[in-house]
Ligand binder design. Structure first.
Ligand SMILES: C[S@@+](CC[C@H](N)C(=O)[O-])C[C@H]1O[C@@H](n2cnc3c(N)ncnc32)[C@H](O)[C@@H]1O
Length: 355
C-alpha cells in the first residue's frame, strides 16, 4: 500500500505524469489536511455526534449548537471532512460515511478512536525531526519514558489495544501453541489484549503481561473491562532485567524488538529460550521493513523514521530476525503475514523438544 495523488480528469493525469503541476506540494498539503481534519473530527466529537446510535445526520448549525462550537468553524471542518470522504452532505445535512462510522466512532466494535488521539503525540514527535537529524538520538525522548503523563500511556496503549482487538482472531490461529498450553508470557504486552485473545482461544491458558508500571496500569483496566483479569495478570518491571519465569508454553514479543539494539534482542531471545519448556512457542510480530539496498518502501521509510524519533533502535528485516532465532537454537521457524495487519511480519518458532 502507498499514499499518492489520484488524478480525476485527463488534464490532471497529464499534469501528474509530465511533472508540470506542483504535485509534491499538493500531496503534502492534502496529506496534512487529511490527517489533521480527521484528528479534529475525532477529538471534537464530530463523528460521535453524527453516529447512527446518536441519531445520524445534522446541519452544521444544529451540530455547532449541540457541541457548543463556532458555527462557521464547524461548517468549515464538516466541509473539509466531506472533501476527504469521511462525511457526506445532502441538502445541507451531514452524515458519517461508512468508513468514518466504522473506524472513528467511539462505540463502534472496530473503533480506532484512541489510535487517532495518539496521533496528537505522534504529531509532537514529528516536530522534533529536524532537531533529531541535526543532533542525533540524544535529542530525542524515548517513547517509553515512564515519566510521560498518564494521558500519553492511555492513548498509546488503548490505541494499540484497538489494533489487537482487530487482529486477535487471526493471530491466535497463526501462532501454534503446544497442546494443553497453560502458561504464556506476553513480553512488553502493554494493554494485554493479545493475551486476552490467546486465553479466550485456548481453554486452560493463563497469561502474564510484563511491562513498565504506567503501561501495566492501563493494561489492568483494559483487561478488567474485558472481564479477563482472572486469567491475565501483570508483572511490572523492565523486561531487560525482570525474570521471564520457567516452563512457559509460549512467549510473545509483539511490536517490541525494534526498540532494542541487536545485542539486546539476542539477549532477550536467549532468555526466552531458557524460559520456554521444550516444545514451547516463541512469536515475534513486527512492522515490516521490506526495502532492499536500493529501494525503500513508503512504509519501510516511515517506520524507520518513527523508530528513529521514538526509540533506540531500527526496524529489522525478516532475514535478520530469522538469523537471530536460528542462532538462539529455535527450530520450525515460520514467517506469516496477516490479513488484518498489512505491512507487518509474524515469525513463529519452537524450542526443540530435546533442547
Ligand atoms: C509498541 S508497544 C507493543 C504492545 C503490545 N505488545 C502490542 O503488540 O500491541 C511496546 C510495549 O513494550 C513496552 N516496553 C518497551 N520497553 C520495555 C522495557 N524495557 N521493559 C518493559 N516493557 C517495555 C512498552 O511499555 C509498550 O507497552
Amino acid at each position: 500500500m502507498r499514499v499518492g495523488l489520484i488524478p480525476q480528469s485527463f488534464l490532471e493525469r497529464i499534469s501528474l505524469s509530465s511533472n508540470v503541476g506542483p504535485t509534491p506540494i499538493l500531496l503534502a498539503v492534502w496529506g496534512l489536511g487529511a490527517c489533521r481534519t480527521m484528528m479534529a473530527g475525532v477529538r471534537l466529537g464530530i463523528f460521535d455526534a453524527l453516529s447512527r446510535d446518536k441519531g445520524g445526520d445534522r446541519s452544521a448549525e444544529e451540530l455547532a449548537r449541540q457541541l457548543g462550537y463556532d458555527p462557521a468553524g464547524t461548517e468549515t471542518l464538516l466541509d473539509a471532512l466531506v472533501g476527504f470522504g469521511h462525511l457526506s452532505r445532502r441538502d445541507g445535512r451531514y452524515q458519517n460515511g461508512k468508513v468514518a462510522e466504522k473506524w472513528f466512532t467511539a462505540n463502534s466494535k472496530s473503533s480506532l478512536h484512541n489510535m487517532v488521539l495518539f496521533l496528537y503525540h505522534v504529531w509532537d514527535f514529528m516536530n522534533s525531526l529536524e532537531e533529531a537529524v541535526r543532533g542525533g538520538k540524544s535529542h530525542v525522548r524515548d517513547l517509553h519514558d515512564p515519566e510521560r503523563p498518564p494521558e500519553f500511556w492511555e492513548h498509546y496503549l488503548r490505541g494499540l489495544a484497538e489494533f489487537a482487538r482487530l487482529q486477535g482472531w487471526e493471530m491466535v490461529r497463526r501462532v501454534p501453541l503446544p497442546k494443553n498450553a497453560k502458561s504464556l508470557l506476553d513480553v512488553g504486552g502493554g494493554h494485554g489484549m493479545f493475551s486476552v485473545a490467546f486465553c479466550r482461544y485456548h481453554e486452560g491458558l493463563a497469561a502474564d503481561v510484563l511491562d513498565f508500571p504506567p503501561a501495566a496500569a492501563v493494561g489492568r483496566s483494559v483487561v478488567a473491562e474485558e472481564r479477563m483479569d482472572h486469567r491475565v495478570r501483570f508483572i511490572e518491571g523492565d523486561l531487560r532485567h525482570t525474570d521471564f519465569g520457567q516452563d512457559r508454553d509460549a512467549i510473545l514479543l509483539f511490536i517490541l524488538v525494534h526498540h532494542f539494539s541487536p545485542e539486546e534482542v539476542q539477549r532477550i531471545l536467549a532468555r526466552a529460550f531458557a524460559a520456554l519448556r521444550p516444545g514451547g512457542t516463541i512469536a515475534i510480530f513486527e512492522p515490516e521493513h521490506r526495502g532492499g539496498s536500493d529501494d525503500v518502501t513508503q512504509s519501510g521509510g516511515m517506520m524507520e523514521l518513527m523508530f528513529f524519533l521514538t526509540s533506540r533502535a531500527r526496524a529489522y528485516r525478516e532475514e535478520t530476525l530469522r538469523g537471530w532465532l536460528e542462532k538462539a537454537k529455535f527450530d520450525r521457524i515460520r514467517t506469516t503475514r496477516l490479513l488484518t495487519a498489512p505491512m507487518t511480519v509474524l515469525l513463529t518458532a519452537r524450542r526443540p523438544e530435546h533442547a
